[in-house]
Design a binder for this molecule. Structure first.
Ligand code: PMV
Length: 322
């Protein structure tokens, strides 16, 4: 351990940031090796601030403020990430405080758990003034994700730390894709907490009960993702929108939607969206809709709020436009 003999003066504080993510297409089918597309969603983010503080490590967050040793089970992922990162940096787990501030709503499929881990890793590397490779960032973020999600696909860790969209293939391989099209994504938070573990299990149960039909749906969802990638490459929002709505139809068949998400997707279509679907694990969390211009997007967002969404965002798919 580097310790008492260290002459280097550490900074007073150091920041680390990671943003949210949205699954555009491919949730659930990705678990069975089909492709998926996830987008970085910088409208929401998590900031971790590490500050010099003599004594045991302390954490301050919306959920808990106190020593690292006594964090509630909900924050075990954070504890594991801090300890593993310090270990990797060859630093003692002491003499700092981590303050966590987040605008990513939790348990809505926006990647809050991956983002908090990534923000902490970045902040600690900045604090100890060590360079951080992207591979190491993903590896350490994964330590938290294994605790938060059991068996993470790794999609969240990549999408919350990347500036480009991520295309996932064959259950493991990924590449980055840039999206640059005249279209707007409307993201709506249903206000209901999603439970990804539960819905992943529901699909698994369905596969056991009705293997042929369920496998067919999963393949169809995978095909839609492949077509969606082409639609993005050809800058064709209308086709992308149609594919999104089709995906929602199949996700419903997989039993991972619910009345609220169905109602919000229908509301979006009735108000001019060219496609709409749930995003993430489902049975709560968020939904997304697509429009070809900003005016429509704003109108759709308002309609979604009137229909019960607790928060909406309009996200441009045009490169460089916020
Ligand atoms: O709810 P989220 O955003 O974490 O998305 C889950 C996506 C699933 O495909 C349902 C599960 C997974 O591990 O990929």
């Amino acid at each position: 351990m580097k310790g008492g003999f260290l002459l280097k003066t550490l900074p007073q504080y150091a920041l680390g940031i990671a943003h949210g993510k949205i699954i555009l297409m491919g949730e659930h089918s990705v678990v069975y090796g089909e492709p998926a597309i996830a987008l970085p969603f910088p409208a929401v983010e998590i900031q971790a601030k590490t500050t010099n503080n003599k004594g045991p490590v302390t954490v301050e967050s919306f959920y808990y403020s106190g020593t690292l040793n006594e964090v509630p089970s909900l924050l075990e992922n954070i504890k594991a990430v801090i300890e593993k990162t310090c270990h990797t940096l060859d630093q003692a787990v002491e003499n700092f405080n981590i303050f966590i501030e987040s605008s990513i709503p939790p348990q809505r499929g926006m990647g809050s758990s991956a983002a908090v881990s990534a923000a902490i890793v970045r902040s600690l590397y900045n604090f100890f003034e060590e360079p951080l490779s992207y591979e190491k960032l993903l590896e350490l973020t994964d330590v938290g994700e294994r605790i938060a999600h059991g068996n993470p696909s790794g999609l969240d860790a990549k999408a919350t730390t990347s500036t480009d969209a991520v295309y996932f293939e064959n259950g493991n391989d990924f590449s980055y894709m840039s999206i640059d099209m005249e279209a707007y994504l409307i993201v709506a938070d249903s206000g209901e907490i999603g439970n990804t573990k539960e819905t992943v299990q529901a699909v698994k149960n369905l596969l056991e009960k009705f293997p042929e039909d369920t496998e067919e749906i999963i393949h169809k969802l995978g095909d839609l993702v492949t077509y969606a990638k082409d639609a993005i490459d050809f800058k064709d929002p209308r086709t992308l929108g149609t594919l999104m709505s089709k995906a929602h139809h199949y996700l419903k068949k997989l039993t991972v939607s619910n009345e609220t998400l169905d109602h919000l997707t229908e509301t979006a279509i009735q108000n001019g969206a060219i496609g709409a679907k749930l995003t993430g694990g489902g049975r709560g969390g968020c939904m997304i809709a697509l429009s070809e211009n900003k005016e429509d997007a704003k109108k759709i967002a308002e309609a979604l709020e009137d229909a019960g969404a607790i928060q909406t965002w309009v996200h441009s798919l045009k490169m460089g436009e916020l």
